[in-house]
Design a protein around this ligand. Sequence first.
Ligand code: GLY
Length: 350
Amino acid sequence: MKGTDVVDVVIAGGGIIGLSLALELRLRGLSVTVMERGQAMSSASWAAGGMLAVNDPQNPPALMPLCVRSWDLYASYLDRIESLSGLRVPLRTRRTLQEPKSPRTSNGLATTAEIAELAPGLYPEGHSFEWLEEGSVDPNDLREALPAAVRAAGGKLLETTEVLGVESTVSGVHVQTVRDSISAGMFVNCCGAWAGGQRWGGVPVEPVKGHMANVRCDPNRLRCVVRTPKVYLVPRGDGRVTIGATIEQAGFDEVVYEAQIKELMDSALLLLPEATIPSPIDAWAGLRPGTPDGLPILGAAKFEHCWHATGHYRDGILLAPVTARVMTQAMLGETPDVSLEAFAPTRFES
Ligand code: GLY
């Protein structure tokens, strides 16, 4: 075992959670190395819809304080990434038409005239919508900018570097990778859908597959996110409209299946009849990190000097800034902005 480098923190996982945490730790003066088994930002962080869905009625109520704090932090988070990387990451939309969970009287619902203003291409027949003041980003923008920002801040990002094991010692950890070993003060598991399993101390994270696709539409015909229980539409502002997403227990299968994409396209085209399907079809599938209670896992692991920041399920893009903030605070022994009690890894221990 070579074991040469020594850093304050090693993070396993170069997705949006691992990289955002690396950035925050760097800005607090810690040396950080991120180890990513493939390419940074190439799994769920890239496959995501990018909705900053603070008020999605599908979210568990206990998630709300994290969602609200993260949305508060979002503008400064994007500014920081932009100023470090020199790459712009704009909010692509600023409002959402959400179909309420249970039917409502017209009170508080979006009017036909309001819908026609921001979404003239929408065919809302049979649906009712309310307005939510929520943004969205295009994960493709973050894919380049976030790794560049981490590097510009002095963080080390090692791609194609799988962590094979972590050993706790009295004063820190030894992290064994496919080609080397490294000593660190702390280790954080940010491995997304791959964060479960004994290697990391057995947190119950399971992959939840989502099929997604892009259709095309005149950008002026849809300028807000539209969300129904069946499908969501996220316009990117350049003619692409990202549609999603299935929710499937399919293990680590990332293959794209025609039947699931067709079903998504059918639902999307009922809402946005003038959208066209590109040829060849632009479709993909990603694996969300699911947990038994739908809440992320944030806090100290059962091994000394080890931490988990994973299990963000459908909200990793939204929750990246707050996760970076509260994990940094917890790791430095400070009181986190949001209580982490509901998200403690220990909640699954019997
Ligand atoms: N973030 C939306 C989804 O997981 O489908």
